[in-house]
Design a protein around this ligand. Structure first.
Ligand code: NDP
Length: 292
């Protein structure tokens, strides 16, 4: 029977550590980390996520500034707000909640954010630095997965890691982070042939496909560490992951539940990136963009 990795507890511990570090930073420099969160439109799930991020900021003693814009806002209005926040000394992190309405190009918006304040780690500058093995801000969900593994005492180096999903926010950055930690990495997607055969080789299996309970017991190697990123709302309203939890927990050595696994870590890592941004700006003594 697998050990269940308690992401809620680990995330709470990290949030307490961040609060203490934020207090230290304030005592030394008078800088209080500040996060600006921008929400466009009325998407109910986005509203919930934004609310949680703001609460987490307040709990950590950060300044939290919120911008709620109508769904028909012009792209240029959004880039103007981001431009002002880039120059705002009280704001160290800028987060634009995705998805955006169809008339706004998310790439334009992400690229408008000063990479030093891109605490989501989605800016091409930050992705590029991750690619070169010299990361600045890293994407929060994959970063949270590494923290979960490290704090659970799971070795990464030399492991056969299989990721299901190749999105820009989870699968691809996670592959780079695991490579940097010396895992042997395979990334699967909808065109992967014999998925079960590939996942069956994994000592470390991470699913981020967004397909309810698609990873069944017969797809998992005995003793594998299984990390479930998926968050899938069933017709009944129940939230389930990509992994058939009961079946797979009989085979795996470690497993994350949904909810209470990876989800809480994403917000904890957002706070960590914001604290780092404030710390870097404090120690480097300027708020300017890195050279592009
Ligand atoms: P995307 O839809 O952007 O990407 C899904 C990926 O999974 C794609 O690469 C897709 O392949 C692949 N995929 C889908 N179905 C299959 C399948 N049957 N077999 C193999 N590969 C498949 O999703 P995201 O990366 O944004 O999110 C993935 C899941 O993680 C969602 O449930 C989301 O809610 C959750 N999530 C959770 C977070 C958290 O904090 N816990 C944060 C972010 C996401 P292809 O490229 O070929 O289409």
């Amino acid at each position: 029977m697998a050990i269940i990795i308690d992401g809620k507890k680990i995330a709470q511990d990290i949030r307490m550590e961040i609060r203490d570090k934020a207090l230290e930073l304030k005592a030394k420099t008078e800088i209080v980390p500040g996060l600006a969160v921008i929400l466009v439109g009325e998407d109910p799930a986005s509203k919930i996520y934004v609310g949680r991020k703001e609460d987490a900021c307040k709990d950590a003693g950060f300044v939290s500034r919120e911008y709620r814009l109508p769904a028909d806002v012009y792209e240029s209005e959004l880039t103007d707000i981001i431009g002002d926040l880039n120059l705002d000394n009280g704001i160290h992190g800028i987060l634009v909640q995705l998805p955006l309405p169809g008339h706004i190009n998310p790439d334009t918006i992400i690229e408008a954010i000063d990479p030093r304040k891109d605490v989501d780690g989605f800016h091409p500058y930050n992705i590029g630095r991750l690619f070169y093995g010299n990361p600045y801000h890293r994407a929060c969900t994959p970063m949270g997965i590494l923290e979960l593994l490290d704090r659970s005492g799971v070795e990464i180096e030399g492991k056969e890691a299989v990721i299901v999903g190749r999105s820009n926010i989870v699968g691809k950055p996670l592959a780079l982070m695991l490579l940097a930690r010396h895992a042997t990495v395979t990334v699967c997607h909808t065109r992967t042939k014999n998925l079960a055969e590939v996942t069956g080789r994994a000592e470390l299996l991470i699913s981020a496909a967004g397909r309810p309970e698609m990873i069944t017991g017969d797809m998992v190697r005995d003793g594998a560490v299984v990390i479930d990123v998926g968050m899938n709302r069933l017709g009944s309203g129940k939230l389930v992951g990509d992994v058939a939890f009961h079946e797979v927990s009989e085979i795996a050595s470690y497993i994350t539940p949904v909810p209470g696994g990876v989800g809480p870590m994403t917000i904890a890592m957002l706070l960590k990136n914001t604290l780092n941004a404030a710390h870097l700006i404090a120690t480097q003594g300027c708020n300017c963009s890195p050279q592009r």
